[in-house]
Design a protein around this ligand. Structure first.
Ligand code: SAM
Length: 290
């Protein structure tokens, strides 16, 4: 006969993705788990009731949000230890992705509680899937700092990143955020603004970072709702890895007076830098002055 192990007696923690707008964007498996679980741990129980009532699910609710994550985790772990099944959900999309939940999941896993993801909606992946960006790589950042100086400092750290950058942003900061993006990452990079995905006023717009502020200001409705921002990576010709500021200064002087090839040759002789790195920097300088 199978002897019950401690693991068999513990409950399972399901991490369940819920819709990011359209209530139909939820899997059959997610609905089944939510209906059958002993408890649902929700970020906002009132918000969760909207979804649960829609699907006639009456599972008991617990609250787990960023301000009670530690104490709620203790309670939920005790329930799991007692063999109860708990489904974790957040207000929208996938829990623990720019949402609370990671702490509970980490504690549960450390204590040998089986943790099962139930895949579903996520705003970043939805935006990427419909943006038509050919670069297969991206960095999901989530929310930038709300304080302007910290945000700009953070953007500086990523300005040379060669692949798509993915940010979440709230409507009250969208104008300030895109103007910082253009300032720091460069006005020529492409941005895709994916707004209100899966909702009535969904829109996906791509343009140069330098043009996006005008586009947003042209219609105040474009500044409303929820946003995913996708910024194209810095292209190779805009990268000048390893060139010192002094070499850049010399190159800029030469590029202003000479054809690119000649400027690069002289700059390489003066600075000792690699010709292809100087050439890449020279191309950027030329583009900026053309
Ligand atoms: N856990 C969620 C996920 O899986 O995408 C993200 C939650 S985070 C607190 C909320 C942010 O996600 C919003 O401010 C917005 O940037 C983005 N977001 C959520 N729903 C969205 C939607 N329908 N359209 C565009 N962006 C959305």
């Amino acid at each position: 006969m199978h002897r019950q192990t401690e693991l068999d007696m513990k409950g399972t923690l399901y991490v369940v993705a819920t819709p990011i707008g359209n209530l139909k964007d939820i899997s059959l498996r997610a609905l089944e788990i939510l209906a059958q679980a002993d408890f649902i741990a929700a970020e906002d129980t009132r918000h969760a009731s909207h979804l649960l009532n829609h699907y006639a699910i009456s599972t008991k609710l617990l609250s787990l949000h960023e301000h009670n994550e530690r104490s709620a985790t203790d309670k939920i772990i005790a329930l799991l230890d007692a063999g109860k099944t708990v489904a974790l959900i957040s207000d929208a999309g996938t829990p623990a992705i720019s949402d609370p939940g990671a702490y509970l999941v980490a504690v549960a896993r450390r204590q040998g509680i089986v943790t099962v993801p139930i895949p579903g909606a996520n705003a970043a992946i939805s935006a990427l899937s419909a943006a038509g960006i050919s670069d297969p790589h991206f960095l999901f950042y989530g929310f930038l700092p709300s304080k302007r100086s910290s945000r700009r400092q953070e953007l500086e750290a990523f300005k040379d990143f060669p692949h798509t950058l993915v940010y979440y942003e709230a409507p009250h900061r969208i104008l300030e955020c895109v103007s910082d993006l253009a300032d720091i990452l460069g006005s020529k990079r492409e941005i895709t603004i994916a707004r209100e995905l899966s909702k009535a006023f969904e829109s996906i717009h791509s343009c140069a970072l330098g043009d996006v502020l005008d586009w947003l200001n042209a219609d105040s409705n474009r500044q409303r709702g929820e946003f995913v921002l996708l910024i194209s990576g810095k292209p190779p010709e805009m990268r000048a890895a390893g060139i010192s500021d002094e070499s850049k200064r010399v190159l800029a002087l030469l590029v202003a007076e000479l054809p690119l090839k000649q400027a690069v040759k002289l700059a390489a002789a003066i600075s000792g830098e690699k010709k292809n790195a100087l050439y890449a920097e020279g191309l950027t300088l030329k583009k900026e002055t053309d």
